[in-house]
Design a protein around this ligand. Structure first.
Ligand SMILES: C[S@@+](CC[C@H](N)C(=O)[O-])C[C@H]1O[C@@H](n2cnc3c(N)ncnc32)[C@H](O)[C@@H]1O
Ligand code: SF4
Length: 437
């Protein structure tokens, strides 16, 4: 089983990229609230793009934190959330992601409280960094009803943290361990984000991260492969250099071997110990609405994206619009392929569910994809539908990585419009120039 990244991987990725090339072909959108889906449970995704420092490997929409600008931004967020509520949207879960939502703890708590007042939320997830794991932040989040805290650790290896330019701002691996131990038990789920296949990471370093992880009291880990969109590649080439994709399989197998069965897979890269099965809104929610700047929504087969310009975002919300500026109504085939991707990534596709959602045409249209997964031993058919095998987990991890790299590329194209906003180091909330998206 020590075969390297090889021909089958390359074939699957190429076919996957070809078959999903239409997902992000966006057209201008009016920006009014989209129609409320007739059925299903939805997730409210709230994007908070502020960070204390901008890590070179990061492929998300993030800007240097600025207190005044962040306060205005949170105000707009709450307005936009109310707009969706008044239009009839109802959500059963909420996810506060970033950037780093805890850069403004009081604003964050006020926004969570509003979301809880408006919607009957069973789960509330918040992303943070190791430095913010202290009682002054954790207590109010717990009181506000947060059920899952996700901490971006990336690695416990100081050398890699220095490479990632995180050591100075977010602390050493030992400090992250101490803070995690103190945070354990605060929330039903404490998730740790780690990354594998970083430049300079070797098997010994990965094994050490896995060993430490098991002792810090976290009951979930999201172990991401390093996702390399063109902008990330450029930044990394200038600093640490690029990693070798041929190591992915061995790293991934090491992760599975060390985590399972103590941790149970919840998706191809998320593993949970005791309790909760899954926290991936992409997999579980029937639809999701993204509020804020640089957020995506998926509603009844249409993908939407909001403006990446914070100034434009504020103005749009003040005019009674959402942040949405572009949309893509996916073809029926693309909707089904997207469903297959996220469901298989979430470990399985339920036959009855797919029948109710799309009818028998789902199986006719995706006959080739499903047979290929079975033939490769990536999925096994049982009385309920298709289950991902261990071999399949590796391929779905690769495919989801490729999908997020395309999303990263899209983000970079959008962020190119707001260079002014991004290239103002240490700025004091500059008067931002109007930009189209
Ligand atoms: C949006 S960040 C929020 C976490 C928080 N800001 C922090 O860094 O501590 C969520 C996670 O995405 C992951 N991530 C960001 N860029 C990535 C990339 N290029 N490849 C893989 N994972 C990445 C990191 O593990 C990170 O913790
Ligand atoms: S990894 Fe986290 S802290 Fe670093 S830039 Fe991305 S969102 Fe910000």
């Amino acid at each position: 089983m020590r075969r390297a990244y090889g021909l089958v991987d390359e074939f699957l990725l190429r076919t996957f990229r070809f078959r999903t090339r239409g997902f992000l072909r966006m057209q201008d959108a009016p920006g009014t609230v989209p129609p409320v889906p007739a059925r299903g449970c939805g997730c409210l995704y709230v994007h908070i793009p502020f960070c204390e420092t901008l890590c070179p490997f990061c492929s998300f929409h993030r800007v240097q934190h600025c207190h005044r600008q962040a306060q205005r931004y949170f105000h707009s967020l709450r307005e936009e959330i109310r707009l969706y509520h008044d239009a009839g949207f109802r959500f059963s879960t909420a996810y506060f992601g970033g950037g780093t939502p805890t850069t403004e703890p009081e604003e964050l708590v006020e926004t969570i409280e509003l979301a809880r007042k408006l919607f009957d939320l069973s789960d509330i997830s918040v992303e943070t960094n190791p430095k913010d794991l202290h009682p002054e932040i954790l207590e109010p989040l717990r009181a506000a009803g947060v059920t899952r805290l996700s901490v971006g650790v990336q690695s416990f290896d100081d050398r890699l943290l220095k490479d990632m330019q995180r050591y100075e701002k977010y602390g050493s691996g030992a400090e992250a361990q101490d803070r995690l131990r103190q945070a354990a038990g605060f929330f039903p789920t404490l998730n740790v984000d780690l990354i594998f296949n970083l430049p300079h990471q070797d098997l010994a370093s990965l094994e050490r991260d896995l060993e430490i992880l098991r002792g810090v009291g976290a009951n979930q880990v999201s172990f991401y492969p390093l996702m390399i969109s063109p902008g990330v590649a450029q930044r990394m080439a200038d600093s640490t250099g690029l990693p070798d994709r041929r190591r992915l399989r061995q790293f991934y197998q090491t992760i599975l071997a060390r985590l399972v069965p103590e941790f149970t897979p919840s998706s191809a890269w998320c593993f949970t110990r005791r309790g909760r099965s899954s926290d991936e809104y992409l997999v579980d929610a029937d639809f999701y609405v993204g509020v804020g700047s640089g957020a995506f929504s998926y509603l009844d087969g249409t993908l939407y994206a909001t403006t990446f310009c914070l100034d434009t975002y504020e103005k749009r919300v003040a005019e009674g619009l959402t942040g949405i500026v572009v949309e893509n109504q996916l073809s029926v085939g693309d909707q089904m392929r997207y469903t297959l991707l996220v469901k298989m990534f979430g470990l399985g596709l339920d036959r009855e569910w797919a029948l109710r959602r799309y009818g028998p045409r789902f199986f006719r249209k995706l006959w080739g994809e499903l047979r290929t997964l079975e033939w490769l031993g990536a999925a096994r058919r049982d009385e309920h539908g298709w289950r991902l095998t261990e071999r399949g987990m590796y391929w779905l991890m690769l495919m989801m990585c490729a999908f997020f790299e395309s999303v990263g590329e899209y983000r970079e194209a959008m962020r190119a419009h707001i260079r002014q906003e991004l290239e103002f180091p240490g700025r004091l909330c500059p008067a931002l120039k109007e930009v189209p998206h």
